[in-house]
Design a protein around this ligand. Sequence first.
Ligand code: HEC
Length: 146
Amino acid sequence: MRKFLLFAGLAVLVVNGAQAHMGATGVVLERMEAMKEIASAVKAIKGQLSSDSYSSNVVIENASIIEKHAGKSFINLFPKGSEGGPSEASSSIWQDWDGFAKISDDLQTRAIAIKDAASDQRSLKQPFTNLVKTCGACHKKFREKK
Ligand code: HEC
């Protein structure tokens, strides 16, 4: 029974995840995919923080993925009027465009800081914490969870 409930719970999660994307096309789909790539890169870096077989290459590769999707390339995926529908983008993005752009730049700068610190596993913690703070900072203001 417990196993069944666990499985049912998982299935609901998967369905919800898929629904979030239903009907997403064009830039909306693109930015969702970018965010998903960023999220899995964060996971990979996090795994390295406490890994016994630390690989600076894995850290650099994944920080580069975040760097690539952040800054200007991220905000370019938010043309005016692209909120609504399946998108979780808040209309405050366009009301405070500079604030939105600033956090996207922070995300990029902090991804670069991780690359710079990658040669030493012990020095990664602080730049990683700084990076993850930008996720919450931006989502709190500019993302409306559906
Ligand atoms: C500059 C702002 C900003 C930053 C920084 C940011 N996000 Fe997001 N994120 C958004 C917005 C806006 C959306 C909603 C996009 C949409 O639905 O159109 C989003 C959506 C997401 C999603 C859902 C994607 C999907 O499948 O629909 C994930 C996962 C995510 N972000 C993870 C992260 C993680 C992890 C970080 C930090 C490493 C991060 N984000 C940093 C703005 C940001």
